[in-house]
Design a protein around this ligand. Sequence first.
Ligand code: 6GU
Length: 236
Amino acid sequence: MSNVNRFDVITIFPEYLEPLKLSLIGKAVNNGLIEIGVHDLRAQTTDVHGSVDDTPYGGGAGMVMSPEPWGKAIDAVAELAPNEIHELIVLTPAGEKLTQELAQTLTKSKHLIFACGRYEGIDVRVGDFYSSAKNFKVREVSIGDYVLGGGEVATLVIMEAIIRLLPGVIGNSASLDEESHTLSNDGETLVEYPNYTKPKEWRGLEVPEILLSGNHGEIAKWRLEQALIRTKNHPN
Ligand code: 6GU
């Protein structure tokens, strides 16, 4: 069984996803570990203005994204991974909150489709339709309790959280086991212990003596204590 291999993003601002070409994710694409497609929702519109939204039934402020361009765009990207289960991630501040555990779960999906809503969101029937469609799984996901202008930045966050966990993406995969929200103390998730590198003294600040001792047992104990203190003082 292999991990995720395809990500498709549907948006009215494809340029927002340009950072996917950089750094760790860009390298993972160049090395053939993953495939990424970014698709302009407006390519699926039929009127001269390329309209993707309309006024809400029942009245109220703002605009709602129309279902038809979304349906066409999602059907088209599903064809790019024809024999897979398509996990449709609908970005919305009302969704399930992204956690390290959810990122880990999403590494198991072979095909992830990110639907980046703007305005007051996407007509809810889009999610409803694909929820009952064969070969689709739908999740509404949020990255935190604040409101963004659209799902594009949230997509970058979620994709980075997933892709760095995939085998081969990070050279030293042991570093994944020691980072914040992964370290565990009897089932409790901890934030990471403090890290130091050379020089031994910087602007009058010293590296803790224990880290220079070479005593791996004592160092591990100190790091766990520090992680526990930091976790306790963590604002969330
Ligand atoms: Cl996924 N979308 C928007 N528009 N705002 C958000 C969000 C998503 N997650 C947190 N805030």
